[in-house]
Ligand binder design. Structure first.
Ligand code: RTP
Ligand code: MG
Length: 139
């Protein structure tokens, strides 16, 4: 994966609340091209592995339970400066602190159920994209 890509998930809360279409529209309007996408559900093991970096945090159990409770949309997005620009588009982790117009401000419930994931570095974007997609699923 090259450095003009990032990885995202539309999380179970946003799927449950019917926001898939609106979130994809925001992503597309902001100039991101979808190069891979799937509708899927994480197993407990998947979520524990995906969020392994947070395994010592007090919210880890709650995070794994949340991320596995229903389907998600996983996607790889392409744009110049993708990682940084996508983090700006989604807004702060806590929607109460997220800027107006950001995806989390518009669609998140709270700091735990915050509608979307965005990779935090080029290295993690590559790791996370490969976690969900094989080379043949990326166009
Ligand atoms: P993400 O990885 O999902 O894009 O979110 P992020 O970088 O903005 O936040 P991070 O610190 O990586 O946390 C990962 C996810 O864990 C949940 N969380 N819950 N209850 C809490 O205090 C708490 N803090 C974080 C959120 O779902 C957060 O996005
Ligand atoms: Mg993070």
């Amino acid at each position: 994966m090259t450095t003009n890509r990032t990885f995202t998930m539309i999380k179970p809360d946003a799927v449950e609340n019917g926001h898939i279409g609106a979130i994809l529209e925001k992503i597309s309007s902001a100039g991101f091209k979808i190069v891979a996408m799937k509708y899927t559900q994480l197993s407990t093991r998947d979520a524990q592995e995906f969020y392994a970096i947070h395994k010592e945090r007090p919210f880890f159990g709650e995070l794994v339970e949340f991320m596995t409770r229903g389907p998600i949309v996983a996607a790889i997005l392409e744009k110049d400066n993708a990682v940084e620009d996508f983090r700006a588009l989604i807004g702060a982790t806590n929607p109460a602190e997220a800027a107006e117009g950001t995806i989390r401000k518009l669609f998140a419930t709270d700091i735990a159920e915050n509608a979307v994931h965005g990779s935090d570095s080029d290295e993690n974007a590559a790791i996370e994209g490969s976690f969900h997609f094989s080379g043949r699923e990326i166009y």
